[in-house]
Unconditional design. Structure first.
Length: 247
């Protein structure tokens, strides 16, 4: 059953975790998130106990996430899989066409001036139009960003998300990031787990399902994930029980 409670977490699995809406609650603005010590301790312990087979796979940039995580250093995939730090610390980047990005920002400038509730976040490789403070503009934001992505050509695509419409280079997503990690130690050969809450996490769920892994959707909504957890607190509880599932 796709709505079933996930099995008890095990330390010999590979963990791929979304951040906003999964490990932390979504804030009004991307820069307003709060990462507390309890969460940092939980991730640190899981990373250590699993032999390093934990990666955060997020829409945020790596520099932004590093800022919020403080001294904690672990594998990270940012900007929907366009940038990735592997377990050895090596950085991999799939770059966006710079000219297209400039033209999209120019087209959005008058829109942002007319609608102060919209927020454009330039993550470096992607452009995210947030409507968290103007939910009535959701349909408009997605139509606008979809049209701009289409006009930019086949190298870019629209990635819908929770209260955000994002334009990113085509062909890379959270699923491709998971696949790249699983070809490398310490993830290789382990059963993969992907936990997320958003539309952009569906790529990760699909890749994990293909490999007979554990895909977990946080909260309500249609999803291809095979299991469910109610909220961020439930994710924390499930991950904290990993040692109980150690063979």
């Amino acid at each position: 059953m796709r709505r079933a409670t996930p099995p008890i977490a095990r330390l010999d699995w590979a963990y791929f975790l979304d951040v906003d809406g999964t490990l932390i609650d979504i804030a009004d603005r991307p820069d307003a998130i709060r990462v507390d010590t309890a969460l940092l301790d939980l991730i640190t312990q899981l990373h250590r106990a699993s032999g390093g087979a934990v990666a955060l796979v997020t829409g945020r940039s790596l520099s932004d996430l590093d800022h919020h995580l403080g001294p904690l250093r672990l594998p990270l995939a940012g900007q929907q899989g366009l940038e990735r730090r592997d377990a050895s610390g090596r950085l991999w980047i799939h770059a966006a066409p710079p000219a297209a990005k400039v033209s999209i920002k120019e087209a959005l400038a008058p829109v942002l001036a007319r609608h102060p509730g919209l927020l454009l976040e330039d993550k470096g490789l992607t452009l995210a139009l947030h409507y968290r403070q103007a939910p009535r503009l959701a349909a408009y934001a997605h139509r606008l960003m979809g049209r701009l992505a289409l006009l930019a050509g086949p190298d870019l695509e629209l990635q819908p998300g929770k209260r955000v419409a994002e334009i990113k280079p085509a062909g890379f997503d959270k699923g491709t990031a998971v696949a790249e990690y699983l070809s490398e130690p310490p993830f290789r050969g382990r059963r993969p787990v992907f936990i997320g809450d958003d539309l952009n996490d569906e790529h990760g769920f699909a890749e994990v399902n293909r490999l007979d892994g554990v895909s977990i959707k946080v909260g309500k909504g249609t999803s291809c994930a095979r299991f469910r957890l109610a909220d961020v607190a439930a994710v924390h509880r499930w991950l904290s029980h990993a040692q109980e599932g150690m063979p």
